[in-house]
Design a protein around this ligand. Structure first.
Ligand code: GH3
Ligand code: MG
Ligand code: MG
Ligand code: MG
Length: 325
């Protein structure tokens, strides 16, 4: 631990310095307030300042104020040295200036030793606390950065998600991926692709009557029907958007596609989800458009989707709760 002794009297500096050094402290001497202040400013570690009260130029109280207003306050323990028998008023002035402790001249070595120990103890404690705080601060920064990274990653993962959040079946992105891959697969293997576009009938009225949450529940039930009705791994069932779903069958023939469409239509009807506002039934129903294509180099799956969409439109026009192929 460093001890900075600032006193204008050479004899006192000498006596203090000898004692303090003998107890294992590292001593730095200053002969007046001005040089004491200069030296203090370049010390960058915990230091106990033995500070004479009465000095020409900058006196002890003034210097104490400067020291304690700086940023190194917690690294600095100031013991004021006063020549007078310590009177309360002086003490108040000194403590107001930021002094941590007092010693009255002539200085008793035993008292000085004790007070230095106290100062040293407090400084070490404060220093350690500060180091821990700095570590804590650093850790917090790191944690904050990690949290930010995690959020970005989460966002990216969400963007990459292949699942529809409401119904749990495949989402539009997943369907597009499937089509992009399986279209070429079917082209190579000369297999038929069947696309079934599905739309809930009068679903706006359903929401208006039962509320949006009930609407979501209804969509989950319809999705579950698709999930149960289409089982082959080479097929896919997906939420296409809003209240529209799509089923793609790989290598199903024309009749097979229609059979699945009817199976799905019937299964939804048989759920008997009440729909009092529907113009065609007292239950929720769906309309389906079925399209079939054998991929060739001049066609694309977009054409298949368009065909299914057109068929769905006709199913709607022709009365809903039906499939058109
Ligand atoms: P149509 O028989 O002609 O299909 O009539 P429709 O009312 O079903 O069709 P429209 O396209 O007018 O309305 C679709 C409704 O689906 C409107 C929208 O509020 C609702 N919808 C879309 N996505 C969701 C969803 O995720 N949850 C709920 N609850 N409703 C949805
Ligand atoms: Mg003096
Ligand atoms: Mg629709
Ligand atoms: Mg609809």
């Amino acid at each position: 631990m460093k001890v900075l002794i600032i006193d204008d009297e050479k004899s006192i500096r000498t006596i203090l310095s000898e004692m303090v050094q003998q107890w294992g402290y590292e001593v730095i001497l200053a002969a007046d307030g001005e040089s004491g202040w200069k030296i203090f400013q370049i010390i960058n570690e915990p230091v106990i300042v033995l500070l004479d009260w009465i000095m020409p130029g900058i006196d002890g109280v003034e210097l104490c104020k400067r020291i304690k207003q700086g940023t190194k306050t917690s690294h600095t323990y100031v013991i004021m040295l006063t020549a007078r028998k310590s009177d309360i008023e002086d003490m108040v002035i000194g403590f107001d200036a930021g002094a941590d402790d007092f010693l009255t001249k002539p200085i008793d070595p035993r008292e000085l030793s004790c007070r230095l120990s106290v100062g040293s103890r407090i400084l070490s404690y404060q220093y350690e606390l500060e180091q821990r705080n700095a570590t804590l601060y650093e850790t917090t920064r790191v944690m904050e950065n990690i949290m930010r990274e995690l959020q970005t990653v989460n966002g990216k993962l969400k963007d990459l998600s292949m699942e529809d959040e409401v119904t749990g079946i495949a989402n539009r992105r997943c369907l597009e991926n499937y089509l992009a891959k399986e279209w070429w697969h079917a082209l190579r293997e000369k297999k038929i692709m069947t696309f079934i576009m599905i739309d809930v009938d009068y679903f706006k009225l359903y929401n208006d009557t039962y509320g949006h949450l009930a609407g979501d529940e209804c969509l989950k039930k319809v999705a579950a029907v698709l999930d149960h009705s289409v089982k082959r791994n080479s097929d896919i069932k997906a939420r296409y958007g809003g209240e529209e779903f799509a089923v793609v069958l790989y290598a199903a023939d024309y009749a097979g596609g229609q059979k699945i469409a009817e199976k799905i239509r019937l299964a939804v009807e048989e759920l008997q989800i009440p729909h009092s506002a529907s113009a065609i039934s007292s239950y929720v129903t769906i309309s389906l458009g079925v399209a079939t294509m054998m991929p060739d180099p001049d066609s694309s799956y977009e054409m298949l989707i368009k065909k299914a969409d057109d068929a769905l439109y006709r199913a709607k026009r022709e009365g809903r709760n039906r499939w058109i192929a």
